[in-house]
Ligand binder design. Structure first.
Ligand SMILES: C[S@@+](CC[C@H](N)C(=O)[O-])C[C@H]1O[C@@H](n2cnc3c(N)ncnc32)[C@H](O)[C@@H]1O
Length: 209
């Protein structure tokens, strides 16, 4: 059964103090986390000083790779404790409590919106709206890059579930490539490129048309 936003906040508030260390050695659906972050970061063209928003920024793993390439980083996350960890590690990031729906920023503010391992937290019925929110806060021609636990088909989801057995979280509802592709196109994104970065990870990158 899907979690409520309060349950999600509580989960990540509890996990926050050890999250950054845990996730780098995590197995299960997160296996390959660090390599996937690096591949996703490499897919994003970035001008020096580009304004980048990371939604569900957590402890700041993906945004840190983009900051190393000269991006200026904004981040939102519903978990105050995740944001506190992120602030401690990256005092130069501009952080705010928030989520995908709505993103707490005015329209047209960012050159890129990125997210890693957070989009699946949005309920399936709200995912089209989340795509529209990403488009809203981007400047014309702005870039999107979403990395997550995603599967190519229901059969691929079922196979991973069987393989991972008790490491599979039945509370999660991971997106399918085709559904997310359609939601992003409907939100006005073009030039979408998909890449599988780990057994359970896909990344999609594109631009606001
Ligand atoms: C698995 S962590 C990923 C954190 C970070 N992006 C990373 O790659 O390590 C998922 C993050 O998404 C946040 N989150 C949960 N629900 C969300 C929502 N509806 N919108 C945005 N972020 C959400 C959580 O608080 C958590 O920090």
């Amino acid at each position: 059964m899907p979690r409520s936003i309060e349950e999600t906040q509580a989960l990540f508030d509890r996990w926050a103090p050890t999250y950054a260390d845990d996730v780098r050695r995590a197995g299960g659906p997160l296996d390959g986390y660090a390599e996937s972050l690096r591949e996703a970061a490499g897919l994003l063209p970035l001008a020096p000083g580009a304004r980048v928003l990371d939604v569900g920024i957590g402890a700041g793993g993906l945004a840190a790779l983009l900051a190393e390439r000269g991006a200026r980083v904004w981040g939102v996350d519903p978990s105050e404790r995740m944001l506190a960890e992120c602030r401690r590690a990256h005092p130069d990031f501009a952080l705010a409590v928030g989520a995908f729906t709505p993103i707490p920023h005015p329209a047209g503010q960012f050159d890129a919106v990125v997210s890693s391992f957070a989009f699946h937290e949005v309920a399936p019925a709200a995912r089209a709206g989340a795509g529209a929110e990403i488009a809203r806060v981007l400047a014309p021609g702005g870039r999107v890059c979403l990395l997550d636990i995603i599967f190519a088909s229901p059969a691929a989801t079922a196979a991973a579930r069987r393989l991972l057995a008790d490491r599979w979280d039945p509370d999660e509802d991971y997106p399918l490539v085709g559904d997310l592709d359609a939601a992003l196109r409907a939100a006005g994104f073009a030039g979408l490129r998909w890449r599988q970065t780990a057994p359970c990870h896909w990344v999609v990158a594109g631009r606001k048309a």
